[in-house]
Write a protein of this length. Sequence first.
Length: 114
Amino acid sequence: QVQLVESGGGLVSPGGSLRLSCAASGSFFSISDMAWYRQAPGKQRELVASISSRGSTNYADSVKGRFTISRDNAKKTAYLQMNSLKYEDTAVYHCLMTVGNEYWGQGTQVTVSS
């Protein structure tokens, strides 16, 4: 069983920054893909960014140049550095990790507001 715990969300002003973390625990050997998704009220969950086990990254067009996904395999942790935040980035952010099966975190709220 794999458990994911996200942290780092909160309230931030437009133009500000936040760094999300997602730490995995449990009995497993390695993690393949890691990703961050988000879901805003009344909208479908969407992929924000992903990173493969080899470090290849992929971003939604809406966050390119502003967000950076990274991973620390030794710490079994994924990160999402979010800069130049906009109102439309407000959402619950969930991490997803693939360890054979896919596992989701519980989500962390990010609110961009003045």
